[in-house]
Design a protein around this ligand. Sequence first.
Ligand SMILES: [Zn+2]
Length: 152
Amino acid sequence: MSENERPPVMNQGVPGWVPPGAAQPPDPGAPAPAPAFPTKFCFACAATLDSRAELCPKCGVRQPMQPGMGGGIGFSVNDATTRTGKSKLAATLFAIFLGSFGIHKFYLGDTKTGVIYLIFFWTVIPAIIGFIEGIIWLTQSNEQWLAKYGDA
Ligand SMILES: [Zn+2]
């Protein structure tokens, strides 16, 4: 044990020492507050935008067309929307997965048929019919589907 092996004297220059009141770096683990409206990110500057925005208010760059906005550019889902905003895609998924409870019927405003599905769900027949309806809707064009359910 010699004098040379003493640890260095601690002082205020220790790395990582932050004076009280100094600005703290933002915590990267903190989740961003949930937005109250559907959002997307500007593909140019990554600013958070309303999902319906066509222009980024921050950088002014026009955003790629979104599904349902009438454009055929880029990512698009083959979906149709009724007069009251019901989605063909959602109705189809309801029919396939929740057909036994008639959820797709309730969704499209056909409460009477939906109740019948619900009453007979234990027979599994509504599930089969719902599944078949969903498959038919999948194969139908949006125009064909809207001709039948467009007013729903
Ligand atoms: Zn932007």
